[in-house]
Design a protein around this ligand. Structure first.
Ligand code: NDP
Length: 245
């Protein structure tokens, strides 16, 4: 039986989608959760969906170093941190420019590096804490138009592996997860231009269909719990069989 009783968990990007579901699941398993994102109204909605008491929310733009400092100053040591916030940008390489590169990397990669470094330096990770980085199956593929998204998510996996080595002496674990397509606002945005027929055809590429946020949250619960105490440095694919072929 998985339990997160007495664990203090931070979830980034929890105002909607996968992050919201992770926060809900963690609270159901007994964790006290701190959720961050930019949209205060949606963060409040997430808070209202959590089980138990003592949960906190904070408006944080992770691409802003001062916001991360403020989050750190309000933090108590965590037993788990889910680095989930992310943005997507679909653009062929020939249309990229410095500001578009920076926009994606600053949220999907840089912010996670800065946040983890500050958590480490300020001793805000308890012994045996579990860090979980939400990467993407895109990091393993070469889908046209996804260069910056895929590269930022691949960088995240490498970062997580290095952290796993550096933090193992303190009993802190670091793993990443590579989801295939999960039905959230992010994928709706990507599907805006596609016809109904194209969408149906695309989902058929997934033997088990597209995922739900709860599918990813389930794996995160395992990684947060002591049941995964021997697992670190892994990058786990969860994609309904998409990459089987
Ligand atoms: P959503 O777009 O639904 O949610 C993204 C979350 O990230 C929101 O809560 C948003 O909060 C937060 N966020 C974005 N930018 C910032 C920022 N600058 N500062 C703080 N928070 C920010 O996406 P999903 O739930 O679908 O995705 C969650 C994660 O899973 C992402 O990292 C994504 O790349 C990854 N993923 C998703 C897949 C999918 O198919 N959905 C597949 C593979 C990976 P707010 O707007 O309040 O700032």
């Amino acid at each position: 039986m998985i339990t997160l009783q007495d664990k203090n968990i931070l979830v980034t990007g929890a105002s909607q989608g996968i992050g919201r579901e992770i926060a809900i699941s963690a609270s159901k398993l007994g964790a006290t959760v701190t959720i961050v994102g930019r949209n205060v109204k949606k963060l409040q909605e997430t808070i209202s969906l959590l089980s138990g008491n003592g949960h906190k929310m904070q408006a944080v733009d992770l691409s802003n170093a001062a916001d991360i400092d403020e989050l750190i100053s309000q933090s108590l040591p965590y037993d788990g941190v889910i680095f989930n916030a992310g943005i997507v940008e679909y653009l062929p390489v020939k249309f990229l420019n410095e500001s578009k590169i920076n926009a994606v990397f600053s949220v999907n990669f840089d912010s996670n590096v800065v946040l983890s470094q500050k958590l480490i330096k300020k001793k805000l990770l308890n012994k045996k804490a579990s860090l979980v980085f939400i990467s993407s199956i895109s990091s393993k593929l070469g889908v046209g138009g996804t260069a910056m998204y895929a590269a930022s998510k691949a960088a995240l996996i490498s970062f997580s592996k290095v952290l796993a080595t550096e933090l193992a002496p303190q009993g802190i674990r670091s793993n990443s997860i590579c989801p295939g397509i999960v039905k959230t606002a992010m994928t709706e945005q990507a599907n805006d231009a596609a016809s109904e027929e194209e969408l149906k055809k695309a989902e058929l590429e997934y033997p088990l269909g597209y995922g739900e946020p709860s599918d990813v949250a389930g794996l995160v619960m395992y990684l947060l719990s002591d049941m995964s105490k021997w697992m670190t440095g892994s990058d786990l694919i969860i994609d309904g069989g998409f990459t089987l072929k």
